[in-house]
Ligand binder design. Structure first.
Ligand code: ATP
Ligand code: MG
Length: 377
């Protein structure tokens, strides 16, 4: 431990010299010696001693008690009074300034040493308590903001459940009440609405469960050789059926291979979420592209759209759960899809990034190792 540095405030030169000698003999460093309250404040700020040894009656405008108030409140340094004033009034004033000790002159060398040691350790303890209180307050704030985030996320999820449930309820009620008077076409429209609302509820549940498994480290990585070209064709085909003529999904392959060692379940989440986003965030009538590129050590999936794009200020957090860009407007979503895509990519030992131009479109690129010997263990 570094030697303790003490500032002496004493206007009687002889006493001051005696003090300095005693303190140095006891192993302390006297960093300065001043005679007035004003100088004491100035030096305390400048030198930041470990302790101030303060006489009460001093030269100058202010006495030791006033100087001590200032030093303790502004610089949080411990002050010990060393004084010949033992009258009641002075003692009461001194007490009110919360000193770390009070020694009467003529001082006893041992009492001086013990008082300094106790003052320093009490001051240290107070600092520790303040730090602990500060940390506790910080932790409490963090916990409160996490609680707030959790309820916000819960609210988003509940909201996303409510929309399709309302659609199902309304269409079912319409069919029940007026079904026998409706044209076949209108009936079919209601049935289609129920089907697509059920699909989106299923997707939502699937996403929540997958993310939950991934957060509790229960999302397993189970790679096996699959025909990824056929796999992509099937996903594209089923999405094309669900979006009918509204969008055109284009699938192309660059390279001649077909078999890659991948986790089928994770790949399903990955491609479905990227393609679903490409469709959802694009105007009706536009095209969506899925491109598969075989490279020496990686298999690259590119999903490109001609949609709304992602504003620069929203880009950095999009892979975190429940994060949505500022330009989504009334397009429904919970902000879970990309978190699942990222987790699925990472489990394959791959990387993901995107390029986006606002109002023009976005391309998500996923690169995965595809040979058994390049997969993560
Ligand atoms: P869901 O949980 O139903 O997928 P979501 O689509 O809002 O909801 P993510 O798939 O995680 O959530 O996407 C997060 C956000 O990223 C979206 O809300 C949207 O703002 C932005 N985003 C993702 N893909 C695109 C895209 N192709 N074009 C524009 N914005 C996109
Ligand atoms: Mg999505």
């Amino acid at each position: 431990m570094n030697p303790i540095r003490i500032l002496i405030v004493e206007d009687e030169q002889l006493v001051a010299d005696d003090l300095r000698e005693t303190l140095e003999y006891l192993g302390y460093i006297v960093c300065d010696l001043v005679a007035s309250g004003e100088e004491a404040i100035f030096k305390a700020e400048q030198l930041q001693p470990d302790l101030v040894l303060m006489d009460i009656r001093l030269e100058g405008e202010i006495d030791g008690i006033e100087a001590s108030f200032e030093i303790q409140s502004r610089f949080h340094l411990p002050v010990v009074y060393l004084t010949a004033n033992a009258d009641r009034v002075t003692l009461e004033r001194a007490k009110a300034s919360h000193p770390f000790g009070y020694i009467l002159k003529p001082f006893d060398e041992r009492i001086l040493g013990t008082t300094i040691e106790i003052a320093i350790s009490r001051h240290q303890a107070e600092i520790e308590v303040k730090k602990a209180l500060f940390a506790a307050k910080n932790n409490q704030e963090i916990a409160e903001s996490q609680n707030q985030k959790t309820s916000q996320n819960l609210y988003i999820t509940v909201h996303e459940f409510r929309n399709p449930l309302t659609t199902i309820k309304l269409s079912a009620e319409m069919l029940k009440a007026y079904g026998d008077q409706m044209s076949e076409q209108r009936k079919q429209n209601h049935i289609n609405r129920i089907e697509s609302a059920t699909d989106s509820l299923n997707n939502l549940l699937e996403n929540i469960l997958t993310l939950g498994r991934s957060e509790s480290q229960n999302l397993v990585f189970n790679p096996k050789p699959i025909d990824i070209v056929t796999f992509c064709e099937e996903i594209v085909e089923s999405l094309q059926i669900s979006v009918k003529e509204q969008y055109k999904i284009n699938f192309s392959v660059d390279g001649n291979s077909r078999i890659a060692c991948l986790d089928e379940q994770l790949m399903w989440h990955l491609l479905n979420n990227l393609l679903a986003n490409a469709i959802k965030y694009s105007p009706v009538g536009s095209k969506v592209f899925l491109k598969l590129i075989w490279a020496e050590n990686s298999l690259c999936f590119q999903v490109t759209d001609e949609g709304i794009g992602i504003p620069p200020e929203s880009q950095s957090h999009l892979f975190e759960p429940f994060q949505r860009a500022t330009n989504v407007g009334s397009i429904p979503g919970t902000g879970l899809g990309l978190a699942i895509v990222k987790r699925s990519t990472e489990l394959h030992g791959g990387t993901i990034y995107f390029d986006s131009a606002l109002g023009k479109g976005t391309t998500f690129t996923v690169k995965l190792p595809w040979k058994l010997d390049t997969l993560p263990v």
